[in-house]
Design a protein around this ligand. Sequence first.
Ligand SMILES: Nc1ncnc2c1ncn2[C@@H]1O[C@H](COP(=O)(O)OP(=O)(O)OP(=O)(O)O)[C@@H](O)[C@H]1O
Length: 308
Amino acid sequence: METSIVKIENLSHRYSRAWAIKDINLDIKHKGVTGLLGSNGAGKSTTMNILCGVLNQTEGTVLIDNIDLRQNPIEAKKLIGFLPQNAPLYLDLTVDEYLTHCAHLRLIPRPQIKAAIEEAKERCGVAHFSKRILKNLSGGYKQRVGIAQAIIHKPKLVVLDEPTNGLDPNQITEVRMLIKEIGQERSVIFSSHILSEVQATCDTIKMIEQGNVVFSGTVYDFNNYIAPNSMLLHLSNPPSKETLKAIPGITEVAFLENERIRLHFDTAPDIAESMVEMSVQKGWKLREIQLERSSLEEIFAKLSNKNK
Ligand SMILES: Nc1ncnc2c1ncn2[C@@H]1O[C@H](COP(=O)(O)OP(=O)(O)OP(=O)(O)O)[C@@H](O)[C@H]1O
């Protein structure tokens, strides 16, 4: 049976009085990218900080490649590379100086340090900035250096807390590509509160809401689960409500302002195509049609209810 790189069992954490996470169970595979999705305050950073041994949990167990993080923290942490939410960069150091410092902290044997730094810089596309002082790098490149320090010791598990936060759209795309590349040879977990980001980058999604895991599965399962179930139509010559309601698959019809109609439908996937064909045949004068995806809040609400 395939073992997991991370096994979290009944993990709970309490800050002073309030529980930030409650009874979390997670299994994460040796390769691929796992997205930890959740709105602000859902418990992502708390989970990641515990997972990386930065915070001691109140209850529960974390196994990294079968090593109990609490009982054997040094051995377990050797397997982890971590980029916390605010990359801990020493801004007055050059890229090379900073990565050399990180290599020492990671106990990389001295003769291997130069090669490890070159490889990490190459992987993260910062080799041409070796002598640049960190404070003079753009946000995207600072983040790349942060990722370089997280992979310098070739860990089996790389944990990145909101790595694209504060980056511009081009930088976001580049960092996502880098995450995917790293995920081809090791396990990467990254957190985000942006649904599209997790869909674009991950193989697996673990969704946390109010300290509980409310979804765990592949991106494919997730996309199927949140498939749109309503559409907005602009018809200049609409039929009656009854006519629309009689169409197979349509479950609810609402006439809105400005000739707009919202139709709810069940799982029929080609309903939009049928609506276009029908409006041409029957002269409904279709001006616009738009499938409506659920917002993250609606998905959270749906998943939270489902798991009650
Ligand atoms: N040091 C702390 N002391 C007290 N409460 C805390 C502390 N850190 C986090 N919390 C609380 O724990 C809960 C979970 O916070 P956490 O930072 O893990 O969420 P998150 O999903 O990472 O959110 P964000 O996306 O905003 O970073 C929140 O209610 C937060 O206010």
